[in-house]
Design a protein around this ligand. Structure first.
Ligand code: 13P
Length: 239
């Protein structure tokens, strides 16, 4: 089970360090089987090897080692911190930052070349959702253009845009339908759900047969709450 915290633009370098220290101490004592990942703001990166129970990741990078792309970070900067985990395709980058599928595919290929673990994000808008299940799936498959789904370090996060940061997650039945359909074509690739995950809804979401984890925004920002989410994930039994 993967439990991942996407900080987006939250926490300072100091509060990130305190968070990671507390989380690592908790995991040291708790010994969970969960794969716990934290994606802080790039200015708060810390050495990944300081936290033995947590995988530190990058929310973003430009597909280059180093060079002339003002404001971006590349492999050289991630390597300095030993970061080998990345998010790609998050809807906030697709929509607000206008990342095209072409750029996303380049980032994906670069991450793969570097052997990084990828959480690849997909998700439909409210408009697409209103068009019904078939249009949702058609849209989601289109977000795989140029993406090598045979990469062994790939997980996929299904994050419906309309459920992100709204406090209203998708209905469990709807999540199940999408994840089951994805699973039928994507075989063993771990599938995560994201979008207003919290301590109330996590258990039922993770109990779904095709759900292998959660990508959490708001509810991950408080370390005690994130630890609760990990405990909930640990208690989910799958046959
Ligand atoms: P929220 O959990 O705040 O809805 O954010 C979800 C998300 O976008 C994680 O990547």
């Amino acid at each position: 089970m993967i439990v991942a915290a996407n900080f987006k633009i939250n926490h300072t370098r100091e509060s990130t360090a305190n968070y990671l220290e507390a989380l690592n101490l908790f995991l040291d004592a708790y010994s969970t089987l969960c794969d716990v990942r934290v994606y802080p703001v790039a200015s708060s990166f810390l050495r990944a090897d300081l936290y033995s129970h947590v995988k530190l990741g990058a929310q973003n990078f430009y597909p280059i080692i180093n060079g002339a792309y003002t404001g971006e970070i590349g492999a050289q900067q991630l390597n300095e911190f030993g970061i080998k985990n990345v998010l790609i395709g998050h809807s906030e980058r697709r929509v607000a930052l206008k990342e095209t599928q072409e750029l996303i595919a380049k980032k994906y290929a670069f991450a793969k070349e570097n052997g990084w673990e990828i959480i690849y994000c997909i998700g439909e808008s409210k408009d697409v959702r209103d068009g019904g299940f078939e249009s949702v799936m058609e849209y989601l498959w289109s977000e795989f253009d140029g993406i090598d789904i045979n990469y062994e370090k790939l997980s996929i996060a299904y994050e419906p845009i309309w459920a992100i940061g709204t406090g209203v997650s998708a209905k469990v039945e709807d999540i199940a339908k999408v994840l089951d359909t994805l699973k039928s074509k994507l075989n063993d690739i771990p599938l995560l759900y994201g979008g207003s995950v919290n301590t109330e809804n996590l258990f039922s979401i993770l109990s779904l047969k095709s759900c292998d984890g959660a990508l959490v925004g708001n509810a991950s920002l408080d370390v005690a709450n994130f630890c609760k989410l990990i405990q909930i994930a640990q208690n989910v039994q799958k046959q």
